[in-house]
Design a protein. Structure first.
Ligand SMILES: [Ca+2]
Length: 148
């Protein structure tokens, strides 16, 4: 699917963790590098319970983001009401819905329409798993310039 691939070096990421209440730890990550690896909290160890993480990825204008999951092990059920990730096609919680994933099946490759993606990771009060890891890569002007 992605011809003309070149290797792209993993870049830095910035992250911050804010404890907003006794019950839920909320972590917020803003990724504005061209590419990188994104993981669930504590990965590759189990993620904590009662956690909500928002990951906002922004790349250069006229570029698109490709999410390629490499590991995915979440607690899950059919409706993903326990632990899950939700992906939106834009920079906000209100951006167009792309999908909600849980369990152990690898999500499909996700490609943004614009230069932003919004990802929420949620874990409930019981049970944890290893979590997820994904490569974040990008397209420029419809041409693949990096590989997974
Ligand atoms: Ca859980």
């Amino acid at each position: 699917h992605f011809p003309f691939l070149l290797t792209w070096v993993l870049a830095q990421k910035t992250s911050s963790f804010i404890l907003v209440s006794v019950l839920f730890e909320v972590c917020s990550h803003n990724y504005n590098t061209e590419t990188g690896v994104l993981t669930s909290p504590n990965y590759p160890n189990n993620y904590p319970v009662q956690t909500e993480c928002i990951y906002t990825i922004t790349v250069g204008i006229n570029r698109q983001i490709v999410l390629h999951f490499t590991n995915f092990t979440l607690e899950g059920n059919l409706r993903c009401t326990e632990d899950y990730i939700e992906i939106r096609d834009g920079g906000y919680e209100t951006s167009p819905y792309l999908g909600k994933y849980c369990g152990t099946g690898l999500p499909p490759v996700i490609i943004s329409h614009g230069n932003k993606l919004w990802i929420k990771f949620v874990s409930d009060i019981f049970g944890t798993r290893k979590g997820f890891s994904l490569d974040q890569v990008l397209f420029a002007n419809g041409m693949a310039i990096c590989e997974f």
